[in-house]
Write a new protein. Structure first.
Length: 236
């Protein structure tokens, strides 16, 4: 595939989707940096596995390791201070009165891309890569393609520099996301994602499933489990 000499900044949470996006970016760009956000999330363990995944990826794929640059961690705790959600407080996961699950953190992705855009400006990077998806998602309005296209325009205008937001998973379901990882890095990349990423909303890494670690019951675990089963069935 054609490679770009432009640089990319990947919004890397430590979860399956953003890890797949990191591999996608490394296969396309000569210079890739990563950024994570600490917003007081219950599953704070996702931030702890980020370094482990980056290190393992570098060792397993030396060519990608040569392109993988600095990692950045930004404090976005103001998100949690604006009000409690099931992602930032120890409350049960359920549907809210507005029809969205209470795991929705209002403005989170908008803030993340604004901060990432400012960081990319300082680092001389013009492409932002995120794992947002409309195919397998909970209705979060800040994951929609239209939202991110609008934010791309706003960032480009506000920074007076062309900014591109890439969302390689936007129209893929979880099974297709597993398939993309396999296409990018084969079984070794799949193994790294299963062993060294974290998606469970409750932050449970005590139980190892075929698809990775998690409680097995929260919406994120259920989605990942169903995607894995579909992926394996289609690969058989």
């Amino acid at each position: 595939m054609a490679r770009s000499f432009d640089g990319a900044l990947v919004l890397f949470s430590g979860g399956q989707d953003s890890a797949t996006c990191l591999a996608w970016a490394l296969s396309r760009f000569d210079r890739v940096e990563t950024v994570g956000f600490d917003y007081g999330q219950r599953h704070h363990v996702e931030l702890e596995v980020r370094g482990t995944f980056r290190e393992a990826l570098t060792k397993q794929f030396p060519e990608w390791g040569e392109r993988l640059g600095d990692d950045h961690m930004l404090d976005a705790s103001i998100v949690g201070e604006l009000g409690a959600t099931a992602m930032t407080a120890d409350i049960a996961i359920e549907m809210a009165d507005n029809g969205l699950p209470n795991t929705f953190v209002p403005g989170r992705n908008l803030l993340f891309f604004t901060l990432a855009g400012a960081l990319a400006y300082r680092r001389g990077l013009r492409v932002l890569v995120g794992g947002m998806c409309e195919t397998d998602y909970s209705g979060y309005p800040d994951c929609r393609d239209d939202t991110l296209k609008a934010q791309q325009v706003a960032l480009s205008l506000g920074l007076d520099r062309r900014v591109t937001i890439e969302t390689p998973l936007m129209w893929l379901d979880k099974a297709e996301t597993f398939a993309l990882a396999r296409d990018l890095g084969g079984e070794p990349l799949l193994d790294l994602i299963i062993e060294n990423t974290h998606t469970c909303y409750l932050g449970d890494r005590s139980t190892r499933h075929d698809w990775g670690y998690g409680c097995g019951g929260c919406p994120a675990c259920q989605l990942r489990s169903a995607g894995w089963q579909k992926f394996k069935a289609e690969a058989a």
